[in-house]
Structures are given as structure tokens and as C-alpha cells.
Design a protein around this ligand. Structure first.
Ligand code: 48H
Length: 257
């Protein structure tokens, strides 16, 4: 047993993956339900994609279900995706299906990785690259431990044809783009409108409608789409997140053509 062989194996294979991810078709920020679903569909369609996730664990808000009860709810359209993913659902009442949050998080992750998407956890996106014709064309990355340790360490950059903001409630990438471009998002105000109070029915519908290219080269998905376009929140019903991720992937395919 040679510790150095083990160390070399890890370092070389990780660096190989990271170098590969320096030029992507689609870079996704955030490995919650929306980002993972988008990654799965794109990778399955042969698109070169990777997710950058700040935390150690992937899955975002899935694990905690509703108020730490690790169950989530979907309706008919969301159930179709769960069926496609082989995730067990139980009908609680007509049109309301319950799934195990742990099964959803682990299966989504496994499907995305096995389809060919790369996931880089413990990496935070701290800025975007904006180039010709005012288009988002890459991400600025740093280890998540750098801001945690309050260190001043310069980041590295990667290039991608498209970026998907799947950072959840904080819509961090859209926030960065708004700040850097002086409010030129494709929203009613040009800025982030802000998430509204809970109204599950409207929220589930609007999160899909609002999954769009919000700035050239930048698609917004999941809870970030609700926050950017000023839709209500929906609580622990996750169909909208899965459908938004799938729509973001479809949109990316169209924009890449
Ligand atoms: C790298 C980052 C960065 C960054 C954030 O919060 P998420 O689960 O997001 P969605 O949109 O896939 O799902 C939302 C859902 O979990 C939820 O909160 C719902 C349905 N709420 C309804 C309600 O009423 O409250 O995942 C986002 C991920 C997280 O893992 C973050 O760590 C990560 O993005 N992230 N990663 N660089 N700058 N910002």
C-alpha cells in the first residue's frame, strides 16, 4: 500500500476533470433539484456540462423536505419526472404525491453523474465573465473555504457557452450580473424583483414560466427564477423545481444550436 500512489491518483484524476471543465457548453451554478435535473437532461443529450456547488453536500434544499420532515410533495406533472427517474411516490390524496427526500437527492445526483455531468462540490462561483456583445461567457471560481477562512485569494476562471443560475432563493449569479451591468436583466425593472410570500399554486406555475434566458448567455432556473421575476414561494412541493430544471435544459439545447 502506497500513500503517495493514492494521493497521486486523487490529484491527477481531479485535475483532469477540472481542466476538462474549463471549457463547457453549459456551466450550472448550484446542485439543488433544479441544477441537478438540468444537468441530467443536458448530459443525457450529449451536452458538455458541469455543476459548481458551494457546499460539501449536493442536493440543496431537498434533504430537509418540509421543516426537516424528509418528505417532499409533487403533483401530476412532477410525478411524471419522478417516474422517469425511478423514484417511488405514494398518492396521498388525488393529485398529491409524496416522495422520500433522501431518495430524490441521492437518485438525482446519481442520474446526473452517470449521464456524464461533472459535479464540483466545495467550489463557489464568486463572479461571472462578461465578454463580447455583453454576453455571460464564463464563471469565476474559488474554493468555498477561501471566503470561510476570510482569506484574500484570487479566483480562477472557466469559459462556457451558457450559464444556468440554479442558486436557489439568493439567485446569486443574477444578482452579480445585475450589479455588474447596472440592472439590465430581462425583468420588468431590469433588476431582481424579489420573491413573494407563499402561494403554492401560482408559484408552481410561474417558476416554470420564469425559467428563461434572463441576460444573454444566462438562464435562470428553480427558486432563483421565482426570486428574479418576483413570483411567490411554494414551500416543500418540488415538482416546479424538477420541471424548471428540465425546461432550462431544453432552452439551453435550443440556444446552443
Ligand atoms: C456555488 C452556490 C452558489 C454559488 C448557491 O436552494 P437549492 O435547493 O435551489 P433550487 O432552486 O434547485 O431548489 C429550491 C428548493 O430547494 C427550495 O428551496 C424550495 C422549493 N423552496 C420553496 C420555499 O418556499 O422555500 O440549491 C441551490 C444550491 C445550493 O446547494 C447552494 O449551496 C448552491 O446552489 N449555491 N453554489 N456558488 N455562488 N450559491
Amino acid at each position: 500500500m502506497d500513500e503517495v500512489v493514492i494521493s497521486r491518483a486523487i490529484t491527477e484524476s481531479y485535475i483532469k476533470d477540472l481542466l476538462e471543465a474549463m471549457e463547457l457548453d453549459v456551466a450550472i451554478v448550484g446542485a439543488g433539484p433544479a441544477g441537478l435535473t438540468a444537468a441530467y437532461y443536458m448530459a443525457k443529450g450529449g451536452i458538455k456540462t458541469a455543476i459548481f456547488e458551494r457546499k460539501l453536500s449536493i442536493g440543496g434544499g431537498i434533504w430537509g423536505g418540509g421543516m426537516m420532515f424528509n418528505k417532499i410533495v409533487v403533483q401530476d406533472e412532477g410525478k411524471e419526472i419522478l417516474d422517469e427517474f425511478g423514484i417511488t411516490t405514494t398518492e396521498y390524496q388525488r393529485g398529491y404525491y409524496v416522495a422520500n427526500a433522501i431518495e430524490l437527492a441521492s437518485t438525482l445526483c446519481s442520474l446526473a453523474v452517470k449521464a456524464g455531468a461533472k459535479i464540483f462540490n466545495l467550489i463557489s462561483v464568486e463572479d461571472v465573465v462578461i465578454r463580447e456583445a455583453d454576453k455571460v461567457s464564463g464563471l469565476v471560481l474559488n474554493w468555498s473555504s477561501v471566503p470561510l477562512a476570510n482569506l484574500h485569494v484570487d479566483p480562477l476562471a472557466m469559459r462556457s457557452k451558457l450559464v444556468i443560475d440554479a442558486t436557489g432563493h439568493d439567485c446569486e449569479i443574477c444578482r452579480l450580473v445585475t450589479k455588474k451591468t447596472g440592472g439590465r436583466l430581462r425583468t420588468a425593472t431590469g433588476n431582481i424583483i424579489g420573491e413573494k410570500s407563499m402561494w403554492a399554486e401560482v408559484a408552481e406555475r410561474e417558476v416554470i414560466e420564469n425559467t428563461r434566458e434572463v441576460y444573454p448567455g444566462l438562464i435562470v432556473a428553480g427558486m432563483a427564477a421565482a426570486a428574479v421575476f418576483g413570483s411567490p414561494r411554494m414551500g416543500p412541493i418540488f415538482g416546479g423545481m424538477l420541471l424548471s430544471g428540465r425546461k432550462a435544459a431544453k432552452l439551453a439545447v435550443e440556444l446552443l444550436k
